[in-house]
Design a protein around this ligand. Structure first.
Ligand code: ADP
Ligand code: MG
Length: 299
């Protein structure tokens, strides 16, 4: 996951800063090839080739390479749809600011992005992934105003409290996760393995979980899931979770959501939910859950 994050968000060090003697233009070509968004990279192999040949020609004739504008022979014969999002700076900043609060204060933040289908809810939230390495301190207030043409964000925050964690024992990475997970899940690991079968590779075969009456089973599941999240949502690695298309959530999952964001043990967690507000009537279970959470926040 760390590599995936670097791939998406971390700017690499340019080659000519790593190794003296690498010509600036050559370094710039490498950086262009590594650009984060597709439209900033070379679009054609012929475009890279032309720039490399120019470098070679300069080197052979003058013994050095002059700076030159890159990508001049990089015309693509295909229509390219840019990955960039336009006019969503305010919404993206609000999400980043919330994540920064989680990082800095260890709070639990719940953000909602609403709007009709196709307006750009998922895209806005995915921008957080790209930007979450920037630790921007954003002083702009989070506004809950919206027009029907923009997805809007709302938040509830809880006051923070200090939490100190014992340092992990110095052992292999996987062993540490196994220990943390086993400790958190106790005898109920199978409940999470049912959800995430790959987890068995980390924590091994789990004993079967005893049957219990439905209400007890639900409480137990909420507790186990909360503890499971707690393994990842920690001071040293805060967690952001994105739940898309909340308008389709069933009642039990909404209860789980409410449990997670209102339970005092859950910290260092940012939950982002997106839903289509035009498919959510005032009596929709989602809005009732959001109301219930808001009422608890105020009380
Ligand atoms: N502000 C924007 N700038 C550029 N493209 C956008 C913008 N908002 C949405 N899009 C594009 O519109 C499409 C639908 O967006 P999506 O995030 O899937 O919408 P939603 O999740 O609200 O249904 C995507 O291809 C996305 O890239
Ligand atoms: Mg979507």
């Amino acid at each position: 996951m760390e590599w995936v994050h670097c791939h998406i968000a971390r700017q690499p060090v340019p080659p000519n800063e790593r190794v003296t003697g690498v010509p600036g233009p050559l370094s710039a070509i490498v950086m262009k090839l590594l650009a984060k968004t597709g439209e900033e990279r070379y679009q054609t192999a012929a475009g890279v080739e032309a720039d490399l040949r120019k470098c070679l020609a300069d080197l052979e004739v003058y013994g050095c390479i002059d700076r030159f504008p890159l990508g001049e022979h990089d015309g693509s014969d295909r229509l390219l749809i840019p990955e960039k999002l336009y006019g969503r700076e305010r919404e993206i900043e609000a999400l980043i600011a919330a994540f920064d609060r989680v990082v800095a204060q260890g709070t639990t933040e719940l953000m909602f992005v609403s709007g009709y289908s196709g307006i750009g809810k998922s895209s806005v939230v995915h921008e957080l992934h790209r930007c979450s390495s920037r630790r921007v301190a954003c002083s702009r207030p989070v506004s809950s105003t919206s027009t029907s043409a923009t997805p809007h964000t709302r938040r509830w925050a809880r006051p923070s409290r200090a939490l100190s964690l014992a340092p992990h024992p110095k052992r292999g990475e996987l062993g540490r996760w196994r220990d943390s997970l086993s400790e958190a899940l106790g005898p109920n690991g199978q409940l999470i393995v049912n959800l995430v079968p790959e987890l068995e590779l980390v924590i091994g075969k789990q004993p079967p979980v005893a049957d219990s009456p439905p209400q007890d089973a639900q409480n137990r599941f909420q507790m186990v899931f909360r503890r499971f999240l707690g393994v990842f949502a920690r001071e040293e690695h805060p967690l952001a979770l994105f739940l898309d298309d909340l308008q389709w959530l069933d009642a039990a999952t909404l209860d789980l959501l409410e449990h997670l964001v209102t339970h005092p043990d859950v910290r260092h967690l940012m939950l982002v939910g997106a839903y289509r507000d035009n498919e959510v009537s005032p009596s929709h279970p989602l809005l009732r859950t959001l109301d219930a959470i808001a009422r608890r926040e105020r009380s």
